[in-house]
Write a protein that binds this ligand. Structure first.
Ligand code: RP5
Length: 181
């Protein structure tokens, strides 16, 4: 549904294809149970033509894998990391402690505390190690933020974002006009 909405907003057929070819965004998550949330980030990146890698890295269950992922990310060409985790959600913060790459944290909604536990675990980073944190479950916004980060040095992406925002604006104005008439 997110993809269909974005495609509509972007009017994809009128936009030229991206110059980006190798994955420059990494989407990671603590468990495959996070995928129903994190797939929204993948869909947004796909829609904007941003190549990405997607995998499971658990801070608690696979700490060595988290180390090797974070320490090799830059040399693999990754420019932004999107990390989703739930509960004692240490993954985004620990990854941010291992690499200077920007990390965007996605708090996963949990059954016990509706994701407030995840949100507070991710957002309350100590001074010096920032994690950009989106709302609980809002992986789409994490991807849009990643696109914005990349777009400052990529004219194609910049044009797509301008178009995307213009379409968002138009959608609201059309609805307002309908309501007023
Ligand atoms: C976290 O624990 C994961 O990010 C997930 O949100 C949560 C539950 O994981 P599972 O028990 O479903 O594997 O590490």
């Amino acid at each position: 549904a997110v993809k269909a909405r974005l495609n509509k907003l972007l009017q994809r057929d009128t936009i030229e294809s991206s110059k980006l070819v190798t994955p420059c965004v990494a989407i990671i998550m603590g468990s495959d149970s996070d995928l129903p949330t994190m797939k929204d980030a993948a869909e947004v990146l796909e829609t904007f033509g941003v190549p990405f890698e997607l995998t499971i890295v658990s801070a608690h269950r696979t700490p060595e894998r988290m180390y090797s992922f974070a320490l090799s990310a830059k040399e693999r060409g990754i420019q932004v990391i999107i990390a989703g985790a739930g509960g004692a959600a240490h993954l985004p913060g620990m990854v941010a402690s291992l690499t200077p790459l920007p990390v965007i944290g996605v708090p996963i909604k949990t059954s016990s505390m509706s994701g407030v536990d995840s949100l507070l675990s991710i957002v309350q980073m100590p001074k010096g190690i920032p994690v950009a944190t989106v709302a609980i479950g809002n992986a789409a916004n994490a991807a849009l933020l990643a696109v914005r980060m990349l777009a400052s040095a990529d004219a194609d992406l910049w044009a797509r974002l301008i178009k995307y925002q213009q379409n968002l604006k138009d959608t609201v104005l059309i609805k307002a006009e309908k309501l007023e008439s």
